[in-house]
Design a protein around this ligand. Structure first.
Ligand code: FAD
Length: 392
């Protein structure tokens, strides 16, 4: 097909689209992937690092195969500007780069300002909602916590990255504390009115910790005193020993400040056949940054699927052909409820030509009957397989 595609962000979406563009075009499309981090570090499985079951090295994968095996030009750099009219991106270190098409998969950025006192205090109050130093920091804080301490986690209002992720975190932290510091407590402060994913299964999992986990719905933190780790809610005040606030979030900065159409000022509005931002030809957006179709989660699995749909669409478009009129994507999210037992939720989403967006396929998905160890093995295999699919 020929042409040059720039990919911004080498996470679940960006790494996938880079590899598949090279693979499916038999190397005829040139791909430049620009990622600010030197290695890929996975959010999926990072809760197990926080819970002391896995280590940082277990969730870290290099970009070497993308370079040497697939011929992707990988730049460790930051994209600071996008000009859709000139078809250029501006980088911090490598100047201005021109493209025929650009794919943005920048993930999310946080709205720290939504909670008074939070901005600039990430070292005291980690979010650990981007894997890396924040993951290691939250793990360290839990290790340093006294027996009898309180770990409090704030879940932002939906939509946010990984609907089941915070509940999984509460469970694996409780699993660690149950063994290492059994007098401690896990307080789940949910800004939502109820558990956002696999509710009956997580309710059961919380109960299995016999009072160690306390779940509080409609509990949105308004302000925080970082030094004393005190959070103010509407009617309540909570003092914690480890305070893990996942702030409200929106599409990654490069997507929100480049003049693309946004829904609720947060997520990019796209055309679901090409994943181009509506009215902005040549700028494709995938992964957590886009405004999701009905029931479509913000997940790594989903970002990987978006990456494949867009790789196929771009190869067609570069060859002057229309994109596939009927793309299908699917998702599976596994959640650990302790070190070994896992629950899943799965769904399939098929493009609906009338609604002009993917719709969930009735009867195609489902959830686990109960937490079990076999799915624990599947969950770890899922991670190895998707990392290989993206990066090997
Ligand atoms: P990311 O994977 O975050 O990739 C974005 C990349 O872009 C980053 O590497 C970032 O450094 C880079 N970047 C951003 N802006 C720039 C710029 N301007 N210049 C250069 N680089 C830039 N999903 C699942 O499917 N299953 C799970 O079990 C699961 N568990 C999770 C557990 C936790 C604790 C968390 C936090 C998330 C979990 N997720 C899970 C969700 C999953 O991590 C995200 O949905 C997924 O990472 C989204 O992919 P993405 O490509 O949109 O963003």
């Amino acid at each position: 097909a020929g042409g040059h595609v720039v990919v911004v962000g080498g996470g679940y979406g960006g790494a996938t689209v880079s590899k598949y563009l090279r693979m499916w075009s038999n190397g005829s499309v040139n791909v430049t992937l620009i990622e600010r981090n030197t290695d890929f570090i996975s959010c999926p499985i990072s809760n197990l690092v926080i819970g002391g079951v896995k280590e940082m090295k277990d969730i870290t994968v290099s970009y070497d195969n993308l370079k040497s095996k697939w011929g992707v030009r990988v730049l460790t750099d930051e994209v600071v500007g996008l000009d859709p009219a000139k078809r250029t991106v501006t980088t911090a270190k490598n100047g201005v780069i021109t493209y025929d098409r650009v794919v943005l998969s920048p993930g999310i950025d946080f709205m720290f300002g939504a909670i008074e006192g939070l901005a600039g205090n990430e070292a005291l109050i980690p979010h650990a909602w981007k894997a890396g130093p924040q993951t290691a920091l939250l793990r360290q804080q839990l290790q340093d916590m006294k027996d009898g301490g309180v770990f409090a986690i704030q879940i932002p209002k939906a939509p946010y990255r990984c609907p089941p992720g915070p509940y999984e975190r509460a469970c694996v932290v409780a699993n660690y504390l149950r063994q290492a510091k059994p007098k401690s407590k896990v307080l789940v402060l949910d800004a939502n009115g109820e558990i956002q994913s696999k509710k009956p299964l997580f309710t059961k999992a919380f109960e299995s910790y016999k009072g160690m986990i306390e779940y509080r719905p409609n509990s949105e933190i308004r302000s925080v005193d970082a030094k004393s780790r005190t959070a103010e809610l509407e009617f309540d005040k909570v003092q914690a020993d480890v305070l893990n606030i996942i702030p409200p979030m929106r599409a990654g900065d490069i997507a929100t400040r480049s003049g693309l159409p946004l829904v609720n000022d947060r997520w990019v509005d796209i055309d679901w056949l090409t994943y181009e931002a509506k009215g902005v030809p040549g700028v494709h957006v995938i992964g957590d940054a886009l405004f999701p179709a009905p029931t479509m989660p913000k997940s790594g699995h989903m970002a990987n699927q978006h990456g494949k749909v867009v790789a196929a669409a771009i190869i067609n478009l570069l060859a002057g052909e229309p994109p596939n009129p009927n793309p299908v994507v699917m998702n599976t999210c596994y959640s650990f409820v302790d070190a070994k037992n896992v629950i899943h939720v799965a769904s399939v989403h098929q493009y609906d030509a009338e609604k002009k967006q993917p719709m969930p396929v009735a009867g195609a998905g489902g959830v686990s009957v109960a937490a079990n160890e076999i799915e624990g093995k599947y969950a770890l295999a899922w991670a190895q397989n998707i990392w290989a699919d993206m990066l090997a």
